[in-house]
Design a binder for this molecule. Structure first.
Ligand code: NAD
Length: 392
């Protein structure tokens, strides 16, 4: 169980690029990173594309105004001159900027935590992986709900054969918040998401399904994708060529199969994020809306609900428990678990502790690259008319 006691010798000096006052995701990063004040300390930032607003915002967060910078280039340069300069930076800006900011950060000697989708091209991911290795740095990717300890329960159940042989993987990440065309009233955060120059080659595939795809890989690491077939639509025509709905069929190398539905036009749906793993003996299911429980269905037996923090769960799951039974946990604890693992990974990298790195389950650069590969192949399949394409 986690209780906030230090896991590394001292908190890491941390900065953010993006995540400013108007940003959608910035607060989740700060909540996750600083849930325990023993892992990260926010000491600097280039929080906003609008420099004045970014400085005002950072100052209001309690950051030294002299360390609220107008842009990331200035921040990396000025912080490098300080004996107490930043050690790690989070990149929480729109997609098209991730690659250049991550590269600049690594070249400035920083560890990086970057938003999804990591980059647009697998080749960019491989290049950054090589650069991170050369610089002895960690690159982590914030797949938000993947830090839920129930993901580790599902992973242990799969590994221990509780479900039997895994046959099917059912994935869904949908909502209905973009079901209507709002025309000129579109928000800033939504406008760039349907602009291929900023969002990249996809909308919901990158925005939503990269999370779910990573979570399926975390739960079932033994399943390797062989082929995907994707069909995608732009129900609001102005979003074309980017999709607001996509269906993907998956074939795994060992004969298992899967299906993913990503959508932002699932009208009436507030949050349909669901993962169901079906084996030869039983199935296990997680849903964002009930983040404290798993549905465990053994063929021929009454349906069971497994509740977070209970002693019948695997130790690997309960090790990431924060509040204990009786109290509800959710998204913020999941982010806090991811950030804690980023801190442990960075500390281990700094100390050359390869054994810790090898055993740590967290979204690393390879998880980011797999997310890019997922989007690239889905788009390739859809653009060819919905045909099977090889995954690698
Ligand atoms: P947003 O448009 O709401 O906010 C972007 C923020 O970045 C703003 O504060 C903006 O001023 C700032 N910014 C833009 N360019 C900048 C630059 N060059 N330098 C400094 N600041 C800059 O976007 P958002 O919804 O917060 O998404 C940001 C990223 O996070 C995207 O890649 C998105 O896919 C991802 N995201 C992830 C999750 C998750 O659960 N992991 C959730 C939402 C968004």
């Amino acid at each position: 169980m986690l209780n906030g006691e230090r896991k590394i010798a001292r908190p890491l000096r941390w900065a953010m690029v993006g995540g400013g006052r108007t940003a959608n995701v910035g607060y989740k990063h700060r909540q996750g990173a600083m849930r325990d004040n023993t892992a990260f300390q926010l000491v600097a930032g280039a929080f906003d594309i609008d420099a004045a607003r970014g400085k005002d915002f950072g100052t209001n967060l309690g950051v030294d105004p002299d360390r609220c910078y107008p842009d990331y280039q200035t921040m990396f340069r000025e912080e490098a001159k300080r004996p107490d300069g930043i050690e790690v930076v989070t990149v929480a800006t729109p997609n098209s900027t991730h690659y250049e900011i991550t590269k600049a950060a690594l070249n400035a000697g920083l560890h990086v935590i970057c938003e999804k989708p990591l980059f647009f091209e697998v080749a960019q991911g491989e290049e950054i992986k090589a650069l991170a290795e050369a610089r002895n740095k960690i690159v982590g990717v914030t797949y938000g709900f993947s830090g839920s300890q129930l993901m580790l329960q599902m992973r242990e159940m799969v590994a221990n054969g509780d479900l039997g042989e895994i046959r099917m993987v059912e994935l869904q990440y949908t909502h209905g918040f973009n079901a209507t065309d709002v025309g000129d009233k579109i928000s800033e955060g939504q406008k760039w998401r349907v602009d291929p120059k900023i969002a990249g080659p996809s909308f919901v595939l990158g925005d939503l399904s990269t999370h779910t795809f990573y979570m399926s890989e975390l739960i079932c690491p033994q399943l390797k994708v062989r082929q995907v077939l994707c069909d995608r639509q732009s129900f609001i025509p102005s979003r074309a060529p980017l999709e607001d709905n996509a269906y993907v069929l998956i074939r795994y190398e060992n004969g298992a199969v899967g299906r993913l539905w990503a959508s932002s036009v699932n009208a009436g749906c507030m949050n349909g994020h669901r993962i169901r793993i079906i084996g030869s003996k039983a199935s296990i299911e997680f849903s964002d809306h009930q983040p404290n429980e798993l549905l465990y269905e053994v063929q021929g037996q009454p349906i069971q609900k497994m509740i977070r923090a209970m002693p019948y769960l695997y130790d690997a799951c309960n090790a990431d428990e924060r509040l204990g039974a009786l109290h509800a946990e959710g998204l913020i604890e999941s982010w806090a678990n991811i950030y804690l693992k980023f801190a442990i990974a960075i500390d281990a990298k700094n100390r050359g502790d390869e054994a810790t790195l090898k055993n740590l389950v967290y979204p690393d650069i390879d998880a980011g690259i797999e997310g890019i590969r997922w989007v690239q192949n889905c788009v390739k399949s859809a653009n060819a008319g919905g045909v099977w394409v090889d995954f690698n």
